[in-house]
Design a protein around this ligand. Structure first.
Ligand code: SAM
Ligand code: SF4
Ligand code: SF4
Length: 374
């Protein structure tokens, strides 16, 4: 309310204003994309800023003091985010994930959490409401977030060894503080907690087994550790295939020390393949975005901090929902536009990766991870 309208071209990623269908045939109701995939999951980036400079996401050389982050007025307000989330819920979204940048840097985030926690899905039930964080502020904020209605957290943690962790986050942040955040999240009931480790061969791959051991021994089944293949998102991280450690190798390395057996997927569209420790010590997951693409059941849409809707993590083009939100359109119109966008979706970048170039081929810049949220 009362917010300044920023011109469309205020940021570096291309966007177009979604077309509002002339006949509002589908203002609500489940919708399938062109490959038959339902819309189930909305990831909401609440800030493009971060207090870490992980080399695979926001390399220091690019994201320096001169880097132009989004001005405050161009961010979606909590009311706007909630309105979008409500319209997505009416089209079958059951899961909301807050992300960023570092979401816990957004002021008063617990107010947004409370607003989103009040939404209902098409089945009349509350939505699954989670958040992905680097954990640096979690020890301080976990209780407040839980009380506001957050259900679970995913914490990113790339090493246990303090020196390696400090190098990975590249701002000299100590690992002990993130571990304290994870412990506090568990104490206040934000579980089961997922811990995500991006594995970069030659940087932190020797931390795989120590991480598995630590979470087995200290948290048992209460924490699910997941190993993510280093992805070629954006255009700034200098991604190279030889730095990707295939998930199959992660599983082999852990199983050599702690025998594993495959477990069934917990939900359709689940990105992680699950593996259980044979001795009952919990489970791990591997997310093989590079070596075993899972586009065939990708049910996620992504809303950027400034209200652009992206249909794929590797898209270079978003759809400017903020222009609709601030342009006086009603819920039925925006809902129908969202449904039409999803119905036209045919993205499957990871399946086509081999055939595509690092650039989108259109000359447009591919969206960065800190901007869209992973
Ligand atoms: N700052 C929060 C965090 O780190 O959890 C949320 C945003 S971060 C962009 C979301 C997730 O994306 C993190 O788990 C991070 O490790 C992952 N990520 C970022 N860049 C990546 C890359 N190039 N390949 C794989 N995962 C990546
Ligand atoms: Fe920040 Fe998360 Fe990106 Fe690391 S992965 S730089 S913590 S946004
Ligand atoms: Fe989904 Fe795009 Fe990732 Fe495929 S590449 S799983 S379509 S986000």
């Amino acid at each position: 309310m009362g917010e300044k309208i920023i011109p469309l071209a205020d940021h570096r990623y291309a966007a177009s204003i979604p077309r509002i269908p002339e006949r509002l045939a589908a203002p609500t109701g489940r919708v399938l994309d062109r490959l038959g995939r339902p819309l189930r999951d909305l990831r909401i980036s609440v800030t493009d800023r971060c207090n870490f400079r992980c080399s695979y996401c926001m390399p220091k050389e690019v994201f320096d003091k001169q880097y132009a982050f989004l001005p405050h007025a161009s961010l979606l307000s909590f009311e706007e985010i909630t309105r979008v989330a409500r319209l997505f819920a009416a089209h079958g979204v059951h899961k909301l994930r807050l992300t960023g940048g570092e979401p816990l840097l957004r002021k008063d985030l617990e107010r947004l959490v409370a607003m989103l926690a009040a939404l209902r899905g098409t089945d009349g039930m509350p939505l699954d409401l989670t958040l992905t964080t680097n954990g640096s502020l979690l020890a301080r904020k976990a209780r407040m977030l839980k009380e506001a209605g957050l259900q679970r957290v995913t914490v990113s943690l790339d090493a246990l060894d303090d020196a390696i962790f400090r190098r990975m986050n590249d701002v000299d942040f100590p690992v002990a503080d993130v571990l304290e955040g994870i412990a506090e999240a568990q104490r206040v009931g934000l579980g089961p907690i997922k811990v995500n480790m991006v594995v970069k061969r030659g940087s932190n791959d020797h931390e795989i087994v120590p991480m598995a051991r630590f979470f087995r021994e200290n948290f048992g089944g209460a924490v699910v550790l997941r190993f993510i293949e280093y992805m070629d998102v954006g255009a700034t991280n200098g991604w190279r295939m030889d730095e990707v450690l295939p998930s199959a190798e992660v599983v082999q390395r852990i199983a050599a020390v702690f025998p594993l057996e495959a477990a069934e997927a917990s939900a359709p569209g689940e990105t992680a393949q699950r593996w259980r420790y044979r001795d009952g010590g919990g489970e791990i997951g591997v997310i093989s975005s590079v070596t075993q693409a899972f586009c065939h059941d990708c049910n996620r849409a992504r809303l950027s901090t400034e209200g652009k809707l992206f249909m794929c993590l590797f898209a270079s083009h978003g759809h400017d929902l903020r222009a609709l939100l601030r342009g006086g359109h009603d819920d039925a119109q925006i809902g129908a536009a969202v449904a039409a966008l999803w119905a036209g979706r045919d993205d499957r970048y990871s399946e086509l990766r081999g055939a595509m170039q690092a650039d989108s081929g259109s000359g447009e810049r591919r969206v960065e991870m800190h901007y869209i949220g992973g």
